[in-house]
Design a protein around this ligand. Sequence first.
Ligand code: AMP
Length: 210
Amino acid sequence: MKLILLGPPGAGKGTQADILSKRLAIPTISTGNILRAAVKNGTPVGLKAKEYMDAGKLVPDEVIIGVISERLAEPDCQKGYILDGVPRTIPQAEALEKAGIVFDAVVSIEITDQEIVDRMAGRRVCTACGTPFHVKNMPPKTEGVCDNCGGKLEARADDKPEVVRDRLAVYHKETAPLKDYYGERKLLKMVDNQPTVAATTTAILEALGL
Ligand code: AMP
């Protein structure tokens, strides 16, 4: 199963990807997580990406295409994967297509900008493994500590309201056109965000016929 999760920042792509990943026994590939690790480790990719990420802008396509090609070539991707946060532009989607990758489905999580802005203020992410939490909707067992690996939870610098608004503008301009792109290829499944994480998972599985 090769799956793409589309949706604005904060739609719950990372959360749903983690759940689906366990259920389908395939890895989640999140370019956001890969880039945050690169920034933390001060790698050449991290140095290039940092200023874009801090500003809520997209990292240039050539950097992303390099990162994702390298990651998808690893052995754990042979049986399939879930892409979270990539592709984010038409050129990225075209690069995946040119690489001969055939996707089974593209799920777009539909949610309003206002819900996103309200939600982002409570988001916390593990600084060690990237697992997302939410202070109200999905609290960790111990405040500030990752359930998964015991790492420290922090708010993301790019979740500040003013940066969130810029990221939403970028989503509408650069990423939302991918819905038409994959709609034309008969791969698009639109799923409305539901009141709970579990209900959204159920809606996604239904849309996928699983
Ligand atoms: P995310 O965790 O997916 O919200 O990504 C955080 C930030 O990383 C984004 O705001 C971008 O600056 C950068 N980023 C992640 N994935 C991509 C991508 N596919 N294309 C361009 N920039 C990306």
